[in-house]
Design a binder for this molecule. Structure first.
Ligand SMILES: [Zn+2]
Ligand SMILES: [Zn+2]
Length: 257
């Protein structure tokens, strides 16, 4: 959402390559904690300058640091003074959720998505990763980012018509390798939060995804348990079909068949 620059003003004159590695480590570890989004830049002019997108205005605050960010930030501050400046709003990224309470979350991404993979089902906006519990046995969100990279790679190959059968099955089948990886993360998160985290499945009607007519609506049938799903509406008019038992979701589509 917010585009910022961070200038690193050196405390000493000589900066060797080890320090450059430290700068890369700093931005990477901030990304792994969801404090900055992907596609950041490190630019060298007189000083080093970081160009980053943050989910929220105060995302770079130390209060959100993971143990890894905390330790790398301490090292960076030994060599540099950090000076932050707001540039504007990165329109590639959406406004983030600020709900005090959430009833459910949906997990999904697509090929060019730079935002958090978790969407609040109350307001329909993405949720900053650092506001959520860490995945199992983790102290940051690198597992979530790995899944996002995998899904985005498959989605890109599918959209570019490479290995249609393989990439199509990976996106659509709930038990494909990439979907299994994501469902495991969603399941654990739901256990920690105490409310549903629906894993979003892609639709490809050539692959026999079923729908049923319920009144004037066509609702998806859950591919795992075979029950008719439930239509859920977000506050911003966004509708999804969900299976509460299997924690799976589809985009709503009343025009099918
Ligand atoms: Zn929200
Ligand atoms: Zn189900």
């Amino acid at each position: 959402m917010y585009y910022k620059t961070i200038e690193l003003l050196p405390k000493e004159i000589s900066i060797d390559n080890k320090i450059v590695d430290l700068i890369w480590q700093f931005v990477y570890i901030l990304e792994c904690n969801g404090q900055i989004l992907k596609d950041y830049k490190v630019i060298k002019n007189k000083n080093y300058r970081l160009y980053v997108t943050t989910p929220k205005k105060d995302s770079l605050s130390e209060k959100y640091d993971s143990i890894y960010v905390k330790s790398v930030r301490e090292k960076v501050l030994e060599y540099f003074t950090l000076s932050e400046e707001d540039i504007g709003v990165n329109i590639e990224s959406q406004e983030y959720c600020s709900c005090a309470n959430r009833d459910a979350i949906e997990m999904q991404t697509y090929n060019t998505d730079i935002d958090s993979v978790f969407t609040c089902c109350n307001c329909g906006k993405p949720i900053a990763l650092y506001e959520l519990p860490y995945p199992e046995n983790s102290a940051d969100y690198s597992d979530v980012l790995t899944w996002q990279q995998n899904y985005s790679a498959i989605d890109t190959l599918w959209l570019n018509c490479i290995s249609d059968r393989y990439t199509g099955n990976q996106r659509v089948n709930f038990d494909s390798a990439v979907n299994k990886q994501g469902i495991e993360i969603a399941k654990y998160l739901s256990k920690r939060l105490g409310y549903p985290v629906y894993y979003h499945l892609s639709c490809d009607y050539g692959k026999k995804i079923k729908v049923e007519k319920v009144g004037n609506k066509q609702i998806h049938v859950c591919p795992k348990c075979g029950n008719v799903m439930k239509r859920v509406e977000f506050s911003n008019n966004c509708k999804i079909d969900v299976c509460e038992n299997c924690a799976l979701s589809y985009d709503f589509d009343d025009d099918v068949i």
